[in-house]
Write a protein that binds this ligand. Structure first.
Ligand code: NCD
Length: 326
């Protein structure tokens, strides 16, 4: 099996790596449930949590995972402002410094968890780093650890990662999560995908050609109500206001936002199929793509999904660290 060192894109998560990590995550989940808090996998290790872009779940779950495993965490939640980036330093210089590229034993961290607004940031960082880089979200492009925690969630909900139908709903153009999830799931047989997006925010052509090449069955639609009865999972994402430059695109979403939301009607329509509703969060309070009246219903799983971030990220950190030694 290939060895996971840097994790920058979901394509690296082959089915054997996914199976291995999900098994480890399940083990961590069970131990956490049994009350274990003092894992030793990363004892003596320093994790640098370097976030150039906002985060709640990803940063906290990574930091909690690291601390539970016995690591020390250093970092900043606003690297754009509180690191030397504010003084004009390049990402490459920061990464070289933190990773100890000049003299390894003088580096500041053993693993770097990086979130950055630019699409190629994680790859650029990996090129100059002398310690593993874990991509915690790069621009609108990739979010591989979210894809892994989503895979863990689907496995828990459906008992499998093959032969099921998933609909991705919302702003699919700027969602790095949808991109990474689709890459990961494209490897499994019998996964059918629906993509439901407003005009102008459809999935990117590169993803479409990738899926066609991999012979994944997929269809595009413009209303969640047209696909929900056929979907085992409806995966809803917010409209990425922080990335959309063209206000027309946002208006196109807002004009038809009921078509991209889990409403009571949609929930009821999916009763017979037993569709589960997932969302990487945050839910946009203004757009309410998961309506408040359904968010606590049993088939809406987003809070549970976010919780799986802890054992899944424990599995990633433990594996990557172990791989630095063999
Ligand atoms: C997502 C992200 O940051 O890409 N959130 C997350 O990591 N759970 C989704 C989003 O911002 O919409």
């Amino acid at each position: 099996m290939e060895k996971l060192y840097h994790l920058t894109k979901a394509e690296q998560l082959t089915t054997s790596i996914v199976a291995d990590l999900l098994k480890d995550a399940e083990g961590f989940n069970k131990s956490l449930k049994a009350g274990v808090r003092n894992f030793k996998n990363l004892s003596g290790v320093t994790i640098c949590s370097l976030f150039y872009e906002e985060s709640t779940r990803t940063r906290f779950s990574f930091e909690r995972a690291a601390l539970l495993l016995g690591a020390t965490v250093i970092g900043t939640e606003n690297a754009a402002k509180f690191s030397s980036a504010a003084k004009g330093e390049s990402l490459e210089h920061t990464i070289k410094m933190v990773s100890g590229a000049a003299k390894g034993h003088l580096g500041y961290a053993d693993i770097i968890v990086l979130r950055h607004p630019e699409n190629d940031a994680a790859d650029r960082a990996a090129r100059v780093s002398s310690v593993p880089i874990i991509n915690a979200g790069s621009g609108a492009d990739e979010h591989p650890t979210q894809a892994l925690l989503d895979a863990y969630t689907f496995q828990k909900l459906l008992g499998r990662l093959d032969h099921f139908t998933i609909s991705f709903i919302g702003d699919l153009k700027f969602s790095r999560v949808v991109n990474s999830d689709a890459f990961l799931l494209s490897q499994y047989p019998g996964v059918k995908m629906f993509f439901v997006a407003p005009e102008g925010l459809e999935i990117r052509p590169e993803l479409k050609s990738y899926l066609s090449q991999k012979e994944v069955e997929f269809e595009e639609a413009s209303d969640i109500k047209a696909v929900v009865r056929e979907s085992d999972i409806c995966y809803v994402v917010r409209v990425q206001k922080n990335r959309i430059k063209d206000s027309e695109l946002l208006l196109a979403y807002q004009r038809n936002k009921d078509n991209f939301a889990v409403t009571e009607e949609v929930y009821k329509m999916s009763q017979q199929k037993g569709t589960f509703f997932c969302h990487p969060m945050p839910v946009d309070e203004e757009e309410q793509e998961i309506r408040p009246e359904v968010e606590n219903l049993p088939r809406v799983k987003m809070f549970e999904q976010a919780g799986y971030g802890v054992p899944v990220r424990m599995a990633i950190l433990a594996k990557v660290w172990q791989n630095t030694k063999i």
